[in-house]
Design a protein around this ligand. Structure first.
Ligand SMILES: NC(=O)c1ccc[n+]([C@@H]2O[C@H](COP(=O)([O-])OP(=O)(O)OC[C@H]3O[C@@H](n4cnc5c(N)ncnc54)[C@H](OP(=O)(O)O)[C@@H]3O)[C@@H](O)[C@H]2O)c1
Length: 331
């Protein structure tokens, strides 16, 4: 899989990158450590060299598992992680309440204070068992802290060689404008899938104009666009997907009807629906990376295979016209 440059930082990442949120278990009904390690270790042989994680994914667990999986093989991977979401303390902007790994209620805050970002980086390096992070991203903007502050922390961390490139996540155009005055922004990690396309309005044009990479997160809409989610799908307790708007029964049925309508194209290509969806994602303007989650080596292998799926302009147009007819109720 040919790597792609992320912005102008010099960092090269695999266009299909493994997302390790589900590997942390939290909000996904748990995870299996052995399967997770096998999935991460299967990545490079399938062309996926970049792994995206975050401290909050399993409250440290995802980073720890990534660290265990890459031990002794650090140079085969680009490691992308984040800071700016905390679950201890009350500084910053309240994000939401949740249940931690021990089943204890806790509150997540968006907090990007300078000292906190510097301290978080040390924690991530320790959990990941590495002395540098390839791409360090602010997970969510914190409206109680000036945007310049975390970016100044990123500048310091770059100067120290602890991080190689600076990115953000879930930032608006205005926030990217502000951040890029302090540090060269490599990327913005944002939600993007066939059924979630808001960024096309403003984030995508800004990123193209400013040569900033885009990591499209949840391109399978948390598994929905694989076509496997039936109305009676057996979600594990603690899996938050059934509570999200895209998984509401009406939206689920309509999305599955849409997927059935493009299945013949997938079959013609010898591809799975997931592969077709990932291939479509990578063809959209401005998208540098399809950041796809996987829990097993089989999912990794299948998702990596999307890179081989070729789609013509007419085929993309055909998919888009069907998407235009898809009327989801996401209020
Ligand atoms: N920055 C942010 O705020 C933010 C937010 C969300 C996500 N992200 C990042 O984006 C990554 C990807 O997003 P995501 O994990 O939400 O969703 P996704 O990539 O849309 O879906 C991933 C899930 O779909 C299922 N799946 C994946 N490949 C499959 C296959 N080939 N066949 C069948 N099922 C398959 C797996 O779950 P099951 O097997 O359980 O169905 C997997 O965990 C995350 O891991 C994270 O790194 C970032």
């Amino acid at each position: 899989m040919e790597k792609r440059a992320l912005g102008t930082s010099g960092l090269q990442v695999s266009p299909i990158t493994l997302g390790a949120w589900a590997i942390g278990g939290w909000m996904w009904g748990g995870s299996d450590r052995k399967d997770s390690i096998k999935a991460i270790q299967a990545c490079p042989d399938n062309g996926i060299t970049s792994i995206d994680t975050a401290p909050v994914y399993g409250f440290g667990l995802s980073e720890e598992v990534v660290g265990e999986a890459i031990k002794g093989k650090r140079d085969r991977y680009e490691i992308l992680t984040k800071s700016g979401l905390t679950w201890e303390g009350t500084k910053g902007e309240f994000h939401f309440s949740t249940i931690d790994e021990q089943g204890v209620p806790c509150n997540i805050y968006k907090y990007s204070g300078y000292d906190s970002i510097i301290a978080e980086c040390e924690e991530s390096l320790r959990r990941l068992g590495t002395d540098y992070i390839d791409l360090y991203q602010i997970h969510w903007p914190d409206h109680t802290t000036p945007i310049e502050e975390p970016m100044e922390a990123f500048s310091k961390l770059m100067e120290q060689g602890k991080i190689r490139a600076a990115g953000v996540s879930n930032y608006s155009v205005e926030q990217m404008e502000q951040a890029s005055k302090v540090v060269e922004l490599s990327s913005n990690q944002v939600p993007y899938s066939m059924v979630r396309r808001e960024i096309e309005q403003d984030v995508v044009p800004w990123c193209i104009k400013n040569r900033c990479g885009i990591l499209a997160y949840s391109p399978l809409q948390r598994g929905l666009l694989t076509g496997k989610i039936t109305p009676d799908y057996p979600f594990a307790p603690g899996d938050s997907r059934p509570e999200t708007p895209h998984f509401r029964i009406n939206n689920l049925i309509r999305t599955n009807e849409f997927l059935e309508s493009i299945r013949p194209l997938a079959e013609e290509k010898g591809a799975s629906l997931s592969q077709l969806v990932i291939a479509w994602t990578l063809l959209q303007p401005g998208i540098t990376v399809a950041l796809v989650g996987a829990r097993t080596q089989e999912q990794v292998r299948q998702n990596a295979g999307a890179i081989e799926v070729q789609l013509s302009r007419d085929e993309v147009d055909m998919i888009n016209s069907k998407l235009d007819e898809l009327n989801l109720d996401l209020e």
